[in-house]
Write a protein that binds this ligand. Structure first.
Ligand code: ATP
Ligand code: BTN
Length: 331
């Protein structure tokens, strides 16, 4: 366990009462400086900790907790719900489980090995986010699976609007933005039965930054959160609504009726973007024009020998950078 989580446990046990820096240092077997640093990190993550002169540090309220009971009470969908504190990756946990035919959803308060596409890291600090993975046997043919991520993105926006009361937007194809910062990423994976070659289960993983967390410098410029302080809304309520919305929108994957809303929420349409082919270091300036009926992104290149050429991009081959986030290090 880290000093930060040990200190948090100590402050929680003494909620409303001050614990002196020296007392905390002695109990945790660390220096006062280490305690001070851990307090700073916890404050950055949104924990309401007061530094009281001569008395010490006081956690004034219990931050919003993700609990099985609180989530389950608002879930109307027919799905098994499992809430955990810390896991490596909820996607991996769903994959590893033998859940039978019933859909399952695993939610974690923190991930130590959260990942995005191509094994990239998805920062998943505790107490400030929701990390959730659905395991579902698709009722539709595999030909429709490219639309699952897009449908899930719309479901996230609907759930956020209902519970948090703010309008979020989509960056094609799998990211949700608020105030031009990424607040959510989606990673859909398929589990195939090696004997039959049929998709057994779709794993839809969604990570949402609810409250400010401490992010490493490489992503600090682009990662945002839905609210500016911990406890601004209930993470359990958002998780429950997300489960309801995802389960419901999966019925629309075949007829793609969610595409109109996807297009409306896709804020890059009409904007200048950078197309980054995953196979190279190039950043190609382009204008995003439209989402095609097959889910591809139609762009027109703006520079060089390709200027004026149009192409429909498919997810998996490329990443999209925003024009105003171009001059920052790639992660
Ligand atoms: P992007 O355009 O943001 O790189 P992507 O969909 O192309 O997204 P993925 O590789 O699937 O990329 O997502 C992982 C990326 O998301 C990381 O490389 C990092 O840039 C960013 N990231 C990691 N953790 C978080 C987080 N908690 N919030 C926002 N962005 C994050
Ligand atoms: C992205 O940023 O584009 C995708 C990130 C997906 C992160 C979620 S968090 C829950 C689930 N578990 C993981 O390891 N990844 C997904």
């Amino acid at each position: 366990m880290s000093t930060k989580s040990d200190l948090l446990d100590l402050l929680k046990k003494n909620i409303g009462k001050a614990v002196s820096g020296q007392q905390a240092a002695d109990l945790l077997g660390v220096s006062r400086n280490a305690v001070w640093k851990a307090v700073s990190h916890l404050k950055e993550e949104g924990y309401p900790i007061e530094s009281r002169t001569k008395a010490g540090y006081c956690l004034t309220a219990l931050p919003d907790q993700l609990t099985q009971e609180a989530v389950e009470k608002d879930v109307h969908a027919d799905i098994d719900v499992i809430v955990k504190d810390t896991v490596s990756s909820t996607n991996d946990l769903v994959k590893a489980g033998d859940w039978g035919d019933r859909p399952v959803v695993i939610i974690a308060n923190r991930q130590t090995g959260g990942r995005g596409r191509l094994g990239r890291k998805f920062e998943s600090p505790g107490g400030v986010g929701i990390y959730i993975s659905f395991g579902m046997k698709p009722s539709f043919s595999i030909a429709h699976s490219p639309f699952v991520t897009m449908a899930a993105a719309v479901a996230v926006c609907r759930a956020v609007e209902k519970v948090v009361g703010i309008e979020t937007n989509i960056k094609w194809v799998n990211d949700i933005y608020y105030n031009r910062k990424k607040v959510c990423g989606i990673l859909t994976e398929a589990q195939t039965n090696m004997e039959t070659g049929v998709i057994d289960r779709l794993i839809i993983g969604i990570g949402i930054n609810c409250f400010p967390g401490s992010f490493p410098p490489e992503i600090a410029h682009k990662a945002g959160s839905l609210a500016d302080h911990a406890g601004a809304f209930s993470r359990s309520a958002l998780a429950a609504e997300l489960i309801n919305q995802v389960c419901s929108i999966m019925n629309d994957v075949e007829d793609r009726s969610f595409l109109t809303e996807y297009r409306r929420r896709c804020f890059i349409l009409g904007e200048q973007i950078y197309v980054h082919p995953l196979s190279s270091d190039k950043e190609i300036p382009a204008r995003a024009l439209a989402i095609e009926d097959d889910g591809g992104l139609l762009v027109e290149y703006l520079d060089g020998e390709n200027a004026g050429n149009r192409e429909v991009l498919r997810t998996g081959e490329i990443s999209i950078r925003l024009h105003d986030q171009e001059n920052v290090p790639r992660t």
